[in-house]
Design a protein around this ligand. Structure first.
Ligand code: ADP
Length: 494
């Protein structure tokens, strides 16, 4: 089967968060199982071209209709870690993908609408188009709409649309639809793209949900939450109406990237059979971030610093960890200036003392070292579509302390209160988004670390033993792709 994954991110060349890991991991696994996969991405100026092999333009160039005037777009082919890439590189005064970052621009709606228009233009002229287009998040929500409206329903049904975060829906001015040649009057109705709560705006995620052949979130629990609770962020009814083609598939992690046995970023590789070697990584982590060598547990945070991640609780956790005699390493990046300022002032207040290091920014290599060297990782999210950091941490013998939401609830089972067998318990879980609930979980974790180190080791081992690979999720996606092909004619195309 031939699958094109259309996305705003793909690790390691263009990553802002879990979406990048998702595309890389799923593409690797599908290729391993013999499928033909391509990743279609904008050719950002920040794309790490040094990691792309065989990068070359493929003729002819596209003329992408946009705002009444065609924009010329080069197509570049290459590959990263064996994953074939197709990069869309427009040439216009807008410099859509020449902004020194992936997201966060005032005209993100135009930038990604253009990307969808360019994908459609490419798709429309292929003799043998991919069997399935796998779209992701609001940035590509317009693509199933464009395919249906411009190419017909048969193509529309062969789209899988994965939602990595319903908090970002792409609510945009209807003029965006016009720019890519869609009929605004026909589409801005309550049963199509009009936002359910701000009917004057077009909601690109709603478009993707309504028009795609299948829609999924990145964990089963989040699928339930978005349909049945306020986590649907106003789209509960839209999910409910699409329930016949809606589900949740838990993400995996790419073990060739996130495997302590093979990780090239960490000083010493280790595994379940060589857990004591984790101590070497702990020592190196302390050296790297300037923490003293001492008999204290290292708490860690590796996160985008976004409201979703529970930033107030993260700040509280930093103070509480230090007050309870732990050490703290935080690596966090923020696009929100207010949140960035709050962490800058926390850093100024706590200083970079012998037990505390707050690093504000994005650092892939340091993230690997933190997973390998820390003892516990804190993830007090307000909502969490899947969460990869708890899965990665567990693989590296770092015990997660998480709030029971979304994918965190699906993957972390409390050391004391879970109804799972002892071997399946792998962390600490709390329910309320309060300081008291967080403290309770942290204090239970510290107590076990201090008083019962052999049980704490067992907890680490339980986490390391878990199968968080892409094997099962990739099989699930393949089943969906096959079903989409069966549903759409012509026979024998897949
Ligand atoms: P989200 O997609 O919401 O950001 P996930 O838990 O799904 O959260 O994925 C986060 C990914 O981004 C992980 O691979 C994590 O290691 C990485 N990451 C998050 N923040 C940083 C950072 N500041 N520096 C380096 N890597 C980070």
């Amino acid at each position: 089967m031939h699958i094109a994954m259309v996305s705003a991110e793909c690790a390691p060349i263009a990553k802002a968060g879990g979406l990048g890991d998702f595309v890389q991991g799923l593409a690797h696994e599908l290729i391993k199982s013999g499928e033909t996969v391509e990743v279609w991405l904008p050719a950002y100026d920040v794309l790490r071209r040094e990691l792309v092999s065989g990068l070359a333009e493929t003729e002819p160039r596209l003329q992408v209709p946009f705002g009444g005037q065609p924009i010329e777009c080069r197509l570049l082919r290459g590959s990263v870690e064996g994953i074939p890439l197709l990069l869309f590189d427009p040439h216009s005064e807008h410099r859509f993908f020449g902004r020194s970052r992936i997201y966060g621009e005032a005209d993100d709606a135009e930038r990604f609408a253009f990307f969808c228009g360019a994908v459609l233009a490419h798709f429309a002229r292929l003799d043998r188009p991919p069997d399935v287009l796998h779209c992701n998040d609001w940035q590509t929500g317009l693509l199933p709409v464009l395919l249906a409206e411009k190419q017909g329903e048969e193509v529309q049904t062969r789209t899988c649309y994965t939602l990595h975060n319903v908090g970002y829906q792409g609510k945009v001015a209807p003029s965006i639809l016009e720019q890519v040649g869609l009929d605004v009057a026909a589409l801005m109705t309550p049963d199509r793209l009009a936002d359910p709560h701000e009917p004057g705006l077009a909601n690109l995620m709603v478009g993707g949900i309504r028009y795609a052949g299948f829609v999924n979130t990145v964990s089963p629990r989040y699928a339930w939450e978005v349909r049945s609770t306020e986590q649907g962020m106003g789209l509960q009814a839209v999910f409910d109406e699409s329930r016949h083609k809606f589900g949740g598939i838990l993400n995996g992690i790419d073990e060739s990237v996130w495997g302590p046995e093979v990780d090239a970023h960490i000083p010493v590789n280790f595994g379940l059979g060589s857990l004591p070697k984790k101590a070497v990584n702990r020592r190196e982590l302390r050296l790297r971030v300037g923490l003293r060598e001492t008999e204290k547990p290292i708490f860690a945070v590796v996160s985008r610093l976004d409201r979703q991640k529970g930033v107030d609780l993260i700040q509280h956790a930093v103070r509480y960890a230090l007050a309870e005699g732990g050490q703290m390493v935080l690596l966090g990046s923020s696009l929100d200036p207010e949140i960035a300022r709050a962490f800058e002032s926390l850093k100024a207040e706590l200083g970079s003392g012998p037990d505390c290091h707050l690093e504000l920014g994005y650092d892939e290599a340091l993230a690997h070292l933190i997973y390998a060297g820390a003892d516990m990782i804190l993830i007090p999210s307000l909502y969490e579509p899947c969460g990869l950091t708890q899965l990665i941490a567990m693989k590296y013998g770092t015990v997660p302390i998480v709030r029971r939401v979304g994918g965190l609830a699906d993957t972390v089972f409390d050391a004391h209160y879970s109804d799972k067998s002892f071997e399946a318990r792998n962390g600490y879980v709390f329910d309320d988004a309060t300081e008291a609930a967080l403290e309770d979980a942290m204090s239970r974790a510290i107590a076990l670390w201090r008083r019962f180190p052999q049980y704490f080791r067992q907890l680490r081992a339980n986490g390391m033993r878990g199968d968080y690979s892409w094997r099962k999720p990739a099989r699930d996606y393949l089943k969906i792709y096959r079903r989409l092909c069966e549903l759409s004619a012509p026979a024998g195309s897949c």
